[in-house]
Design a protein around this ligand. Structure first.
Ligand code: C5P
Length: 402
């Protein structure tokens, strides 16, 4: 669920620092890319090597350790999607509340625009002291979140409030911060994207101009809206979106096999791939010599992934795409929605001035099976993805089975 999410784990000098090592391990297991920032005192309780080993990622302890990165707090702070401080000491809270930047962790906390989650651990009297409580209030007012501390027997022998929250609670709080609540939160979304390539011989193939941009933008946006996204992608030259499981395929048959295997575990399918409708009937594993080449290429139909899903669907919501040169785009899209048993369809132009193929921008018309209709002006595919998913969320809210 949190794969590829960039988390800074700030570790302060308290005895609960040993538990932070297990927290680093758990967050890493959940897929987070954990960069550990340790205060000097934290390094006296646990070594940076422990975190380095458990996370497989850098551990930063000082401002000026790396000559290649003279201002590590800036790059660290800006790359983070969440900063979690565990254990947070009274001193670290006080320094953060004052806006101090006299060690690397304090500077990261001051520079980051990412949400900050504190998991304090300290002696009960220190936690309950009005100065500490004042600092907590100041930070809470700034939008910082807190998990724990909880009550129990403390390392100093006292009993009371001040124990680090259970690690499951801290992980749950991290999850809640990174995966926003919303209609797509926790939904498993399967997106097909890009063209397929249908081999003719060892070097030649049939394909189309699809760039995959729309599908990749939808995957990134669905992820941002809290969905668990799997992208089944034909050959494209795009970077897989962060936090999205991306499976590369080449042919329509491979895309069909991957997508159908994932289908039973999927809540929402968005089929934006431009799947080749036909493939060469007898592809050669060798390069065919010019003199042996026929003027006609025999083709056989490929499986229609979305139509097969339409037949197999139970609770799944199916969103198709209809790219047409046909001036009567709308009726062609409606027909496709009905024939393939879809819930929604996005229609856009193929070819001509408004061509959506291999373009940075596209306009679209979104139709749903209940007669709903929305037009989206030509814009970037990221913008369009947000509009489409917003409409899909609204549709889900009014659809009890989804
Ligand atoms: O090719 P066609 O216009 O029928 O495509 C409409 C929709 O069906 C698109 O969402 C496309 O991704 C999907 N499709 C598919 N498998 C195919 C052909 C199309 O999933 N073989």
């Amino acid at each position: 669920m949190m794969s590829g999410r960039r988390v800074i784990l700030g570790v302060c000098g308290g005895i609960a620092a040993y538990k932070a090592a297990d927290l680093a391990r758990r967050l890493t297991q959940e897929g987070c890319e954990v960069t550990t920032v340790m205060t000097a005192n934290a390094c006296r309780f646990v070594t940076p090597l422990t975190f380095r080993t458990l996370t497989g990622r850098p551990v930063v302890t000082e401002f000026f350790a790396d000559p290649a990165s003279p201002v590590p707090h800036i790059s660290l702070a800006q790359a983070a999607e969440l900063v979690v401080v565990a254990p947070a000491t009274a001193d670290c809270l006080a320094r953060a509340a004052q806006g101090r930047a006299d060690d690397l962790l304090a500077a990261v906390l001051l520079d980051t625009v990412a949400p900050i989650l504190w998991a304090p651990a300290m002696n009960t009297r220190m936690w309950e002291h009005p100065l500490t409580q004042g600092n907590v209030k100041k930070l809470t007012d700034l939008g910082h979140a807190f998990v724990g501390p909880c009550a129990g027997v403390l390392a100093c022998g006292d009993t009371g409030q001040g124990k680090l929250a259970p690690l499951e609670e801290i992980v749950a709080a991290v999850r809640a911060k990174l995966i926003p609540a919303g209609p797509l939160a926790g939904k498993r979304v399967l997106i097909t994207a890009g063209p397929t390539r249908e081999p003719w011989d060892a070097i030649r193939y049939l394909s189309n101009r699809s760039s995959g941009r729309m599908g990749y933008a939808l995957a990134a946006e669905a992820r941002r809206r809290g969905a668990e996204v799997t992208l089944v992608s034909g050959p494209v030259s795009l970077t897989p979106p962060l936090g999205v499981r991306t499976l590369a395929v080449t042919t329509a048959q491979e895309m069909h096999a991957q997508a159908m295997a994932l289908f039973p575990e999927t809540d929402i399918v968005i089929a934006s791939a431009a799947v080749a409708d036909f493939r060469p009937a007898a592809p050669s594993s060798q390069k065919i010599k010019k003199q042996d080449m026929q003027a006609h290429l025999e083709l056989v139909p490929n499986p229609d992934i979305l139509a097969d899903m339409g037949r197999a669907k139970s609770r799944q919501v199916l969103v198709g795409f209809a790219a047409e040169s046909d001036p009567n785009l709308e009726s062609a899209a409606l027909k496709k929605m009905k024939n393939k048993n879809l819930d929604l369809i996005v229609a856009n132009a193929a070819g001509g001035e408004q061509d959506a193929f291999d373009a940075e921008q596209s306009a679209a018309l979104l139709l749903d099976a209940r007669g709903g209709r929305r037009e989206f002006a030509r814009q970037t595919k990221a913008g369009l993805a947000a509009e489409i998913l917003q409409s899909l969320e609204a549709w889900l809210l009014t659809t009890p089975h989804a």
